[in-house]
Design a protein. Structure first.
Length: 443
């Protein structure tokens, strides 16, 4: 039986009111996905696809570095309704990657100080003890415990190699560092990220490029392209870029090193998705092509995968600085899984496998966006959530999770870097603008 008009109008009004909060979660796509820091807020979702390269606004490249200032009085971070964020630690020189030990201690790579720190909290919030776990390291960055559940070692990726430190559950290493290798080229993109496969048999190790886009390469590498790629992987550059812009796979002791994937300008963060066993990279793409191209990204990285750098980006989009150089590669470039606004500068990724945030978050991933230096208006400076479906497949959508570090068009008070999930399911992240560590919980 139909409702009287007045009742029908009331029902429609109620439904509209109920639907109103959902509108904030509508996904921005196409040209609507582009913008700047003023468009950021927890719950804002974006879906950028490879086809959106044509929709991206065209502009010249700019230099728009941020001025980092202390946290202003009254400035606060924003998180989704039902969550809380609090600052736990200050005064670290350059907190970068984070990793939790099984006992709850938080390990921090203090990269520019050449050391690794260990922090102990009471109730997850109150810092009760801290120590230098190891020092004298060459720009330490990526961290991983091995074996994961009951570790004997803390692995630390340095800019020129990999060391492991004996671990016995204390705040300092149980012995001197063992150098597994130290022959990785330094300079350029210096961060080295690491991750173990779920069974622990394979260690992945990333190396970023030396330059922006391998300008100045000769016509062909020593021995010709076919011979070079047989040794170094599909699409690998040469000269100063030899052994760079790639991910290695190796045994847990650093032996049997081989190229796993290529064409990744700077895989500055890695994690393994437990639901699928896939290794993922958070990647900074190239500069100099404008505000909105090419897109930064996070992606699963398969054995033999090629992601285009320096010849192509986001599929068969030729870089004009190498136009016509490698037409044989155009149809062999893998399109990444989740595309971010250009120059967001993703630095770390962590899959959320705990229960504390609820089933709607379990299986999703979080990415730290360090923030743009060559985009106007600036973008990044936030933590975003990647939406993953129940099968473990990425939807391509990412959602603002922690925002608020940008003050205005010139100044910011934080630049997110590291992400880790504590044993109790809280999300911790570092920012290296003011040297702080933060904790996010669901209330």
């Amino acid at each position: 039986m139909p409702f009287p008009p007045s009742v029908a109008a009331l029902i429609l009004a109620v439904l509209a009111a109920v639907a109103a909060p959902v509108a904030a979660q509508q996904t921005r796509s196409g040209a609507g996905a582009f913008g700047g820091w003023r468009d950021d807020a927890p719950g804002v979702r974006r879906l950028i696809t490879a086809d959106d390269i044509g929709a991206a606004p065209r502009s010249g490249s700019v230099s728009n570095g941020s001025r980092v200032v202390p946290q202003p009085a009254g400035a606060a971070l924003k998180v989704p309704d039902g969550f809380a964020v609090e600052k736990l630690v200050t005064g670290i020189a350059s907190p970068r990657a984070l990793a939790f030990a099984p006992n709850g201690d938080l390990i921090v790579s203090d990269s520019h100080a050449g050391r690794v720190l260990a922090l102990r909290f009471e109730g997850g919030r109150k810092l009760t003890a801290s120590a230098v776990f190891a020092e004298g390291l060459n720009q330490p960055y990526g961290l991983a415990f091995y074996p994961e559940a009951d570790p004997d070692w803390l692995y630390v990726a340095t800019t020129n190699g990999l060391v492991r430190l004996p671990y016995a559950g204390e705040l300092t290493a149980a012995g001197p560092a063992e150098i597994l290798f130290d022959d990785i080229p330094g300079g350029g993109h210096w961060t080295r990220s690491i991750a173990f496969s779920p069974e622990g048999e394979t260690l992945f190790y990333s190396v970023g490029s030396q330059t922006n886009v391998a300008e100045g390469l000769g016509a062909s590498p020593p021995g010709g392209i076919a011979g070079w790629e047989a040794l170094t992987g599909l699409g690998a550059a040469w000269g100063d870029e030899a052994g760079r812009a790639l991910v290695y796979a190796m045994n847990s002791d650093g032996s049997n090193r081989r190229v796993w994937a290529t064409g990744l300008r700077n895989c500055s963060g890695m994690d393994v998705q437990r639901a699928t066993g896939a290794v993922w990279c958070a990647v900074n793409e190239r500069d100099g092509l404008g505000n909105d191209i090419p897109f930064d990204y996070a992606t699963s990285v398969q054995d033999g995968g090629f992601f285009g750098w320096p010849w192509y980006s986001i599929g068969a989009n030729a870089d004009p600085r190498h136009s016509g150089a490698r037409p044989d590669l155009a149809d062999r470039v893998r399109v990444p899984d989740v595309l971010f606004q250009s120059h967001s500068a993703p630095l770390n990724i962590r899959f959320y496998t705990a229960d504390a945030f609820g089933s709607d978050y379990r299986g999703d991933a979080f990415v730290a966006l360090h923030g743009s230096w060559n985009r106007d208006p600036r973008t990044g400076y936030k933590i975003v959530r990647l939406l993953i479906d129940e099968s473990g497949a990425p939807t391509g959508v990412y959602e603002d999770f922690v925002t608020g570090f940008v003050i205005d068009d010139r100044s910011v008070w934080g630049r997110p870097v590291g992400i880790a999930v504590s044993p109790d399911g809280a999300l911790y992240f570092s920012e290296d603008g003011n040297g702080t560590i933060w904790r996010v919980t669901r209330q």
